[in-house]
Design a protein around this ligand. Structure first.
Ligand code: PMP
Length: 434
């Protein structure tokens, strides 16, 4: 049983010593002291189904035995020296990652977070092309450092003092809230084609890169139509840019049909950034690209003290192995498909559900106050989060209006867990809107 400080003591300590910028979920913040696979426990021993996975980080399961065992062994042997000395774990993990990549993407640079991986991606694109301008998508999230906060396109996440130059935003493929009020497919993907105007009017006519999440995470599982990324990638390449897929949330088998979420759109990016699920919860990010693009990092000296450390590399390698050994991509396909079907059934019953979207175990449920006007049900989403927690299920929320429930559990979740989640969501919606 848990024997540490009480929840109240932890809250008091945080109040006194921790930056108020470190936010918590829930009116009564939840304390989590233990985790195993798809479940976590609070300090009283109450068990929760973790359908948010530490914000899509715990890919193979909390404290997966194989991952824990490998990292425990490595921790006792060598924790850190930096990459100025050789250690086998770094190139071994890079090799394993390359084996999962589209052809041609073989060179990895390791960081400690997704923000850093995206910083390296933008830096590399600018050096490689000689261009400065970068195009990102509205409603995206790419991090909290200066450049990545600039990429991020939600006013709520952008500090006034930190406006990164050279970044432009084009429309996401967000059909439910089409900026043109059009319908797919008669819209002819106007949202995707807009990037050409952005390039022509807002840049010197040449760009460094486009960066996009194939399925938007923080943005609320926004999933564009099938032609979307082909159109965008073609245009960007015509204007000299490279295409970067941010696979921080969508990668590693989570979408079920493919290992990488971009593969659902039949495109091949020039570079991929990763974090979160890559290491099942350890600070680990990566930027993987072609041999030619990777060369630009030799133009000056770039160094990341903890990037590529033996502990993270070992945990990353063990995580990749477990995704295959435990058949987690297949499980994402099966359980995710089942869960999505069940959520669609709920939508037939509850008019507050405006749209169910996403792929595999990367799902979003957008809540509205009125199905005709599609007015965002921001308060309802917040209430549902609380009510789900009282029923022992943790989910997330996202989107500019915070009205999309985000369901992205560890990929080891079972059909029974999915059924439980849906039954609880049914109850919550009935109680809160009934
Ligand atoms: N890209 C995406 C798609 C993300 O969701 C996040 C984190 N939410 C990041 C990048 C940034 O990762 P980190 O918080 O590890 O810096």
């Amino acid at each position: 049983a848990y024997a540490g400080p009480s929840r109240d003591e932890v809250i008091a300590l945080r109040k006194q010593y921790v930056s108020p910028g470190v936010i918590t979920y829930y009116r009564e913040p939840l304390m989590v002291v233990e985790g195993h696979m798809q479940y976590v426990w609070d300090e009283t021993g109450k068990r929760y189904l973790d359908a948010f996975a530490g914000i899509v980080t715990v890919s193979v399961g909390h404290c997966h035995p194989k991952v824990v065992e490998k990292v425990r062994a490595q921790t006792g042997e060598l924790q850190h020296t930096t990459t100025i000395y050789l250690h086998p774990a770094l190139p071994q993990f890079a090799e394993a990652l390359a084996a999962k990549m589209p052809e041609g993407l073989s060179r990895s640079y390791f960081t400690n977070s997704g923000s850093e991986a995206n910083e390296i991606a933008i830096l590399s694109a600018r050096e490689y092309t000689g261009n400065t301008d970068v195009i990102a998508l509205r409603n995206c999230y790419h991090g909290g450092t200066a450049t990545t906060m600039g990429l991020t396109a939600h006013g709520t996440w952008k500090f006034k003092a930190n406006q990164a130059p050279g970044i432009h935003h084009t429309h996401a493929g967000y059909c439910y809230r089409c900026p043109y009020g059009l319908e797919y497919p008669s819209c002819d993907l106007k949202c995707a084609r807009d990037i050409e105007d952005v390039i022509k009017y807002q840049t010197p006519g040449e760009v460094a890169c486009f960066i996009g999440e194939p399925i938007q995470g923080v943005g609320g599982a926004v999933t564009p139509p099938k032609e979307y990324f082909q159109i965008v990638y073609d245009i960007v390449r015509r204007y000299g840019g490279i295409c970067i897929a941010d696979e921080v949330q969508g990668g590693f088998g989570r979408t079920g049909t493919h290992y990488w979420s971009h593969q659902n759109w039949d495109v091949v990016p020039d570079a991929i950034t990763m974090a979160k699920g890559i290491g099942n919860g350890i600070p680990l990010g990566a930027f993987t690209t072609t041999e030619a693009i990777s060369e630009v990092m030799t133009r000056r000296v770039h160094f990341n003290t903890y990037g590529g450390n033996p502990i993270s590399m070992t945990q990353g390698l063990a995580t990749l192995e477990v995704i295959d050994e435990d058949g987690l991509q297949q499980n994402s396909l099966e359980v995710g498909g089942h869960l999505k079907d069940r959520l669609h059934e709920l939508a037939d019953k509850h008019s507050a559900i405006g749209e169910v979207r996403g792929l595999g175990l990367m799902l979003g449920v957008e809540l509205v106050t009125n199905r005709q006007t599609r007015e965002p049900a921001t308060q309802l989403a917040a209430d549902v989060l609380e009510a789900m927690k009282l029923r022992n299920v943790l989910v997330g929320k996202g989107g500019l209006h915070g009205n999309t429930l985000r369901i992205k559990p560890p990929m080891c979740i079972t059909k029974d867990d999915a059924d439980y989640l849906v039954a609880m969501l049914d109850e919550c919606l009935r109680d809160l809107t009934g």
